[in-house]
Design a protein around this ligand. Structure first.
Ligand code: AHR
Length: 328
């Protein structure tokens, strides 16, 4: 285990040793001043959340005086694996990985460990079987986000004697937020004893275009009459779905209630316009906190296995006041 190896020989010495060996031979060029070379394998640029997250990490790395090697994998796991391998070859000091999906990481994480390069997960997680192959994860508690959405739905539709009819727009298939936002949501509906039916549930891959297309298919297949609630796993898919609902001649937020997750400016504006009923915040602005974690890991410390970022929830009474505060 990397951690065990580090515990024995001193992570800081090893990592800064690698940094010092870098420079001219294509290896890490982290400095003697403690500055690091960080490889960041980002998911892509599929949403306003993602763009804000990339900027937060890039700005924080620059402010901390570290060199950030940034890779946008365009939501493609193979590209992300290649990026991680590239960072290993470059002998960066720390690899930050935001894994697009939860499975399929064992080999490349093992390669990083064999090379003595610690991996910090940012945002999304990997399957439990790979837990020993990364040091720590900083990001959202996606299951808790799902539970927050479920708590609002259970309360809002508690008196719906006919049974609440739900459409679900899931995020990228196999990704941690799609898996956990789903499980957390339905866990609470079941715990609260809500009488509900999942009329349909498909992936919109976290993008507005696919969210709209899937919603159009939902409408063609099921119509919208009698549908009570759309649960969209992020703002983009919710906003795409709103377009499809309007094009079908229905009123989003009224004919069908809508929950979205993220809390972008565009999402809040839709709330102010009465088209969204509940927003579960997912916070992308953890760049500064990530730098602290990366520095701690490079210094041989072992942070908690998971550090959740702070996030809130917002209903219709709060949208207008909150909109000016949104940063992305
Ligand atoms: O992993 C976080 C999720 O990824 C955000 O909710 C979504 O907008 C992004 O694509």
């Amino acid at each position: 285990m990397f951690k065990k190896a580090l515990a024995g020989i001193g992570a800081g010495a090893l990592l800064f040793g690698l940094a010092a060996c870098g420079g001219g031979d294509g290896g890490s060029d982290g400095g003697d001043d403690g500055s690091l070379v960080i490889g960041f394998a980002q998911v892509g640029a599929e949403s306003a959340w993602r763009t804000a997250n990339s900027k937060s990490v890039q700005d924080a790395a620059e402010a901390a005086g570290h060199t950030l090697k940034f890779n946008d994998a365009q939501q493609d796991q193979e590209k992300q694996i290649e990026a991680v391998r590239g960072f290993i070859n470059q002998q960066v000091d720390v690899i930050v990985l935001a894994p697009v999906v939860e499975t399929g990481w064992t080999d490349v994480l093992q390669e990083a460990e064999d090379a003595g390069i610690p991996v910090v997960l940012a945002d999304r997680g990997v399957e439990a079987a790979d837990e020993d192959l990364y040091v720590t994860r900083l990001g959202s508690d996606f299951a808790e986000e799902g539970r927050k959405a479920g708590a609002w739905a259970a309360e809002t539709f508690a008196a719906d004697a006919d049974g609440t009819k739900i459409l679900e727009l899931q995020g990228t298939t196999g990704s941690a937020p799609a898996n956990d936002r789903k499980s957390g949501f339905f866990e609470v509906l079941d715990a609260e004893g809500l009488n509900y039916e999942i009329v349909d549930s498909q992936s919109g891959n976290f993008t507005a275009e696919e969210g709209k297309a899937v919603m159009e298919t939902f409408i063609t297949t099921h119509g919208l009459d009698g549908i009570d609630l759309l649960y969209a796993h992020n703002d983009e898919m919710g906003l795409g779905a709103i377009q499809a609902i309007e094009e079908a001649g229905k009123v989003p937020g009224q004919d069908i209630q809508i929950i979205i997750v993220d809390g972008s400016k565009a999402g809040f504006q839709a709330g102010v316009d009465g088209k969204v009923n509940y927003i579960v915040e997912c916070n992308p602005a953890f760049g500064p906190q990530l730098m602290e974690v990366v520095e701690a890991v490079a210094a041989g410390e072992t942070p908690e296995k998971f550090t959740p970022v702070e996030e809130g929830v917002f209903d219709a009474t709060q949208f207008e006041a909150e909109l000016p505060n949104r940063q992305f």
